[in-house]
Design a binder for this molecule. Structure first.
Ligand code: FES
Ligand code: FES
Length: 151
């Protein structure tokens, strides 16, 4: 049994330590906001926060998450109010299919926490690993910039 702290709650998971964190989140805990894309740590669809780092959950074994807070896209809203990055994406309808967005929101929220005044280059750099098949990157970067000051 592995004990995890996910989105502020302690949960016990009965899975092999080598199981990808993404599998645990989606299949054991029902947190399906983190998406499966490449399964190889290359597309960013599954990115979650692990402690102070942002990591691809598909490429993170369960044992590595033990003892560190895990934050998924489901954990970003506060009292039902979307995170400012989420709200900015909604306001500008920046996404198209939305498949890439949960990983992007987690990464962008972490960036603005570290660098509240991040400029367009820094936002683009932070999101560079996140593939968006719809080609919405420019609108997504603009939305993240619009969230500065409230994130
Ligand atoms: S599914 Fe994890 S990085 Fe692509
Ligand atoms: S909005 Fe469709 S993959 Fe990014």
């Amino acid at each position: 049994m592995t004990e995890l702290q996910v989105n502020g709650e302690t949960v016990a998971v009965d899975a092999d330590g080598e199981t990808p964190l993404l599998t645990v989140l989606r299949d054991e805990l029902g947190l399906v906001g983190s998406r499966f894309g490449c399964g190889q740590g290359l597309c960013g669809a599954c990115v979650v926060r692990l402690g102070d780092a942002v990591v691809p959950a598909c490429d993170t074994p369960l044992w590595q998450a033990e003892g560190q807070p895990v934050t998924t896209v489901e954990g970003l809203a506060r009292d039902g109010v979307p995170h400012p990055v989420q709200q900015a994406l909604i306001n500008s309808q920046a996404a198209q299919c939305g498949y890439c967005v949960s990983g992007i929101v987690v990464a962008a929220a972490a960036l603005l926490e570290r660098e509240p005044d991040a400029d367009a280059d820094r936002v683009a750099e932070a999101l560079d690993r996140h593939l968006c098949r719809c080609g919405a990157q420019r609108r997504i970067v603009a939305a993240v910039l619009a969230a500065r000051g409230s994130a």
